[in-house]
Design a protein around this ligand. Sequence first.
Ligand SMILES: [Zn+2]
Length: 284
Amino acid sequence: MDFPLHKISQHCYAVTEEEYFTNAGAIVLADFIFVIDPLYNISHAEQFRKTLEKLNKPLQYIFVTHYHGDHVFGLPAFSGIPIITHQNFIGNLNRRVQTDWSKDSLLKRANEDPQDSSWLANVTFHYPQITFKDKMSIWGDSEITSQNNQEIQIFHTGGHSSCSSFVYFPSDKILFAADLLFTYQFPYGGDPNCNLDEWINALKLMLSMDVKQFVPGHGKIVGKEEVEKQLNFFCETKEVIIAGLNQGLKMEELNFPEYYPFHSENQELKTRSLNQWFQYYQNK
Ligand SMILES: [Zn+2]
């Protein structure tokens, strides 16, 4: 079977197979290819790279939207290609490499679940070659005219994690939201540095832009209605938490608004998300 790399606009491509667990993308400029996230599993990442190479342009950069495992474990398949991340990525990754992503921990995980995780024993982590702070642009080669602009814009917002960033390609009106957007499913927000206020602001910023298609980190490509839906859910959730805190209620006593179910059966991750958001406002 051909690798499912879908062309979604003149220059943009996306991989959104549910079975790959996470999405990825690419922007093909006049003179090179800009990759967005590597995919989770190394063998899928290798197929992704090979398929991109068939487009006959150099893979110039791989942008990693944040440090979560499903967005970095496939990176060894892209070795040799400079990695760009937000500057907070390094501290976040360091923390994991010293704890649950140490060589020993990954080996243990691979041994416990050899069928699905044997490849994890060989995963290595590398520093990015380029980091940025608030916003950066990558430009493909194009003559300077008013209509011929190959600028890729990258925005750091935080929210889902402290290094979370999104990519916007104005000339095609495509926005790669990564894990700032989960479509038709509950958004995971259990990271210890998940910040719901920053996440709300990130979604507002995305909605202020001229976008035809939003590529989420998990789920199907959508228009702005689904982004508004997630934003409304967050705003209502925030209101419930703050009202509850003002009344001295515990997390278990709150009535959270209805939303999509969590995508996996692991409901613990949903509870972890709600807990993180509750604690965030409790400590604020
Ligand atoms: Zn994530």
